[in-house]
Structure formats: C-alpha cells, structure tokens
Design a protein around this ligand. Structure first.
Ligand code: FAD
Length: 480
C-alpha cells in the first residue's frame, strides 16, 4: 500500500496542467537518463517488462543540451566523437580531449559495477568483502581503481591533466551543479565523471516526466496493489510490534480511502531525512535520524519559472543551460560563479505539451532554500518577482524572438512551493550535495536502526536524479 500526500504521483518528477490540460509543465525534473542498458531505470523497466512501452513515451536526443556561455553556444552531442570535436572547437586544448576520454571509460566502468552489484551500500567490512568476491570478480577488481575517486575532488583530476582553462572550468561547474549539486572543487571525481557524461544519454519524456512513473503505477495497481492519494503521513509510531501510520485527517477526507490510520509490519519511505525526522515518533529511530540530519543539515532549494509562449521553437534540443552574465538575484550559488538557468522547451514537432504554434517552458535554477522562509508576505513576493523577471529577461536575451511574443500562465515556484507540494522540509530538493569530504558511502543508510523502517529516496545512497533513486530502491528491494 502506498500513501501519497499529493493528488498525483511523481513528487519533484511530476507535472501540472493549465487550460483544461492543453498545456503541460514538468515541475522539477524534466530529463530522463539511465534508460540505456545497463543503467538502473532501464533495468527496472526491463524487469517489469515495461521497457518497450516506456520507449514509446520517450524521445532520445542526439543533442543532450545546448549550453549558452558568453557568446558561445556549446552543443552537447550525445555522440562521443562529435562531442570531442565540439570541445576541440570551443576549448582548443588537447588535454581536455584526453580528460573526456578518461571520463567516457570510467563512467562506463562505474555503470557496469553498479549493474552487477545491486547493493553498493555495505554496512560493514564483511559486506565489502562479499561484494568484492561476488559475481564477476575481475570486474570488481578493475573497479577498485575507482575507489579513491570517492574521496578526491574533481579539481584534483583537472590538476593531474594540468587543465586550468577558465572557460572549461566554468562550463563543467554549471554542469556539475545540475548533476552532483556541487562545484568542481567539492564534487568527488566519481560523481563528477557520471554527472558530466549524463548528457550523453538524455531522453525527453513525451507529454510529461510523470508518464513513466504512471506506467509503473498502472502495473502495480493491476497486480492488486493499492495507492491512496491525498494521504499525508503525519506520524509513525510503534504499537504492539506494528507501525501505526497516521495521516492528515482533513486531507484523507478527500482521499480514495477515508481512513487516517494504517497498521503495517514495515515502512518504506521516499520522504527525505529532514521530513522523516519529524514523522517518526520512535525514540531509538528518532535519535539516529536526527544524527543524519545533523551530519547533512541542508541542501539546495530550487527556483522555477513556468510559462507558455505563442512561438514555434526548434533549437535542435529540448534542453538549454544558460550561464548568467551577472548573479541571478536571490539565487547566488558560489562566490566564483553567477550561476545558470536550465530551460526545458516543449517539442515543436510532437506538440505534446502545448498545441500547434505554442511552446511550454520550465526553467529552474539553484537557490539557498532557507532564505525564502521567515520573510514577510511583501518581501517574499518582491523577491519572487525580482528573480522571475531576471530569469525571463535572461531567456529573452538568449532567444530574442521570444521577447515580444504572447506569453501566458507565467508563474514561479520557490522552496516554499516545493515544501507545500512535495512535503520536503524547507523545500530542500535534489538530494544531498555530493562532497568529496563526506564520501558517498557515508550517506544516510536505508536502514538506520533495527526498526523495519527503510529509506529509499534521494537523501539515501546514491541519491541524485531519478536513476539514482531507482538504484537506491532496487538495492533496497534486493536487500529485503
Ligand atoms: C528543479 C529540479 C530539477 C530536476 N531535474 C532532474 C532531471 O532533469 N532529471 C532527473 O533525473 N532528476 C531531476 N531532479 C531530481 C529528481 O526530481 C529527484 O531526484 C526525484 O524526484 C527524487 O525522488 P524522491 O522519491 O526521492 O523524492 P520526491 O520526488 O520528493 O518524492 C517524494 C514523494 O513522497 C511524497 N511525500 C513526502 N512526504 C510525504 C508524507 N509525509 N506523506 C505522504 N507522502 C509524502 C511526496 O508527495 C512525493 O510524491 C530534479 C529536481 C528538481 C527539484
């Protein structure tokens, strides 16, 4: 049985409609990757025998994204040779080409390792030993070379190649922000390698990102399982050896199930650790999760903008990353960077998210989540409008034909909105930022105590993006 707080599934990877479903906007996540073999999302869909059906709901892109940096447009081709040529054209440095060749090789090895070791989150030395000698021992042995990459920053790899090209560093910094949620000085080499090569495999979800989740949900329900929407869990207690889950009484009145107390033998939660800390009322568990929250006190927030425009755009890809020429108000991410915006444009040939002649946009950028709280109503609105206007202006400077065309349904989202719709405390999204000084293997474990309460969302290993959440969930299933 699934209890979901919202009226639809997907969380940060969901959508909303306007004008009687004429226009569709993905709320947060907009790209699908990890679908190709042997990556986790494809593997899951394969195991569920849904991969062929899922493929019809996805459009594979030859150009993962276009990056607008100063006066340059960097085309992130999925084809490796084309991508190397593009690097040569833009950065004119053979050392960068050599770096990419290593990234291609090591990324492939990392996915092979993740594929054969369904649980790469060992709890003790014995489990490490078991992993090393399980399945293809030689592959695991080869994979040992990646271990030091867990606790070294990507900047060290750049140093080893003697790469100090500022433009290249700015380029990868913003790519790392949207994948590892960290910059090149903080991101561990291994996460950076996987993040930097992710645009090699980008799928545009036709209609909406939530369609793949709905495909899985349909099978789940057809197999006789239940999901109750509008059931916001408010507490988890233990009574006579069972878990008593209480949900918001007002919301549950509008649910498909009007109960507001459920008894279960075990709990699996996708709520982030910061939300779970307030939900679980079992002392021993609470202490453990409080400790995890102390170790990982915060994460990024997202500022998002959504609108439709009366324009037909075909830019060769559905995704753009635009570097800001000056700091985005209320969104400053790093002292040495002005930040960037990530733009998702509906497909002009498919007309899947907007009718002919119209285009729908989802734009996102990082923001410090906490700054959006404890503001007066006026201050909050002012800041929201300031950031929204800056982002729209930046987009219109990049695509000038957009400036004067008709626009509609313009709204923006802040960490407040994410907290409201996804119940993520303080609107912390995107998982826990990868940081070489806090190696991935010390991320919160899926089981924090002897209680049968398990975590599977993006605040547990490996934590970022849909494919990582799927890996996390699959490794939990294997363990159980
Ligand atoms: C702006 C943005 C852009 C992103 N872009 C991408 C991208 O392009 N590609 C990609 O792969 N990933 C992307 N991500 C990341 C991706 O969205 C997340 O990794 C993924 O959604 C995390 O899944 P999750 O299940 O851990 O958490 P969530 O998506 O937050 O889902 C948690 C679910 O639990 C429910 N819930 C929470 N608390 C309760 C409660 N108390 N009771 C009942 N239900 C509850 C929520 O309603 C929600 O449905 C992006 C994220 C953001 C914010």
């Amino acid at each position: 049985m699934i209890l979901e707080s919202h009226s639809k599934i997907g969380g940060c990877a969901s959508n909303f409609y306007r004008s009687d479903r004429e226009f569709s906007f993905d709320v947060g996540a907009t790209t699908i990757s990890g679908f190709d073999s042997p990556k986790p999302l494809g593997k899951l869909l394969d195991e569920l025998k849904l991969k062929d059906q899922a493929r019809t709901k996805l459009k594979k892109l030859d150009i993962g994204m276009k990056v607008f940096y100063k006066d340059e447009i960097i085309t992130r081709f999925s084809d490796q040779n084309k991508w190397l040529d593009e690097n040569e054209r833009v950065f004119k440095d053979t050392k960068i080409i050599e770096l990419w060749k290593q990234i291609f090789k090591d990324e492939k090895l990392a996915w092979q390792l993740l594929n054969q070791n369904e649980n790469l989150m060992p709890c003790n030395g014995a489990q490490y030993f078991k992993i090393l000698f399980s399945k293809d021992f030689l592959l695991n042995l080869k994979g040992l070379k990646l271990l030091p990459y867990l606790y070294k920053p990507f900047s060290q790899l750049l140093d080893s190649y003697k790469i100090d090209n500022v433009d290249f560093i700015n380029f990868i910094n913003e790519q790392l922000m949207i994948t590892t949620q960290s910059d090149y000085q903080k991101s561990p080499i291994l996460s950076a390698i996987m993040g930097l090569n992710y645009p090699q495999e980008v799928y545009y979800p036709i209609g909406s990102i939530k369609n793949i989740g709905e495909l899985i949900l349909q099978q789940y329900q057809e197999s006789g399982n239940e999901i109750y929407l509008r059931q916001e869990v408010e507490s988890i207690e233990k009574i006579n050896g069972l878990y008593s889950i209480k949900t918001n009484i007002e919301k549950s009145k509008k649910s498909t199930c009007q109960e507001n107390e459920f008894l279960t033998k075990a709990v699996i939660s996708n709520a982030p650790i910061w939300t779970m800390k307030d939900l679980v009322k079992i002392d021993q568990y609470k202490k453990k999760i409080e400790l995890e929250c102390k170790k990982n006190p915060e994460s990024w927030g997202a500022f998002t903008v959504y609108f439709v425009a009366k324009i037909k755009l075909d830019l060769g890809t559905n995704y753009l990353q635009i570097h800001a020429p000056k700091a985005i108000p209320n969104c400053k991410t790093h002292p040495h960077s002005n930040g960037s915006i990530f733009v998702t444009i509906s497909d002009s040939k498919l007309n899947d998210r907007a009718p002919e002649g119209w285009t729908s946009f989802t734009i996102s950028t990082h923001t410090n989540a906490k700054q959006w709280f404890q503001l007066s109503k006026n201050e909050y609105q002012e800041r929201k409008i300031q950031t929204q206007e800056f982002i729209i202006d930046l987009l219109c400077s990049t695509i000038p034909e957009l400036r004067h065309c008709e626009k509609s349904f313009l709204i923006s989202g802040t960490p407040h909105s994410f907290e409201h719709y996804t119940k993520r405390k303080v609107g912390f999204v995107g998982g826990i930022a990868h940081d070489y000084s806090k190696p991935l293997i010390f991320m919160p474990q899926q089981r924090l105590s002897n209680e049968k309460i398990y975590l599977a969302g993006d605040t547990t290993f490996p934590g970022q993006g849909i494919t990582a959440v799927v890996y996390s969930a699959m490794s939990l299933v294997n363990r159980l």
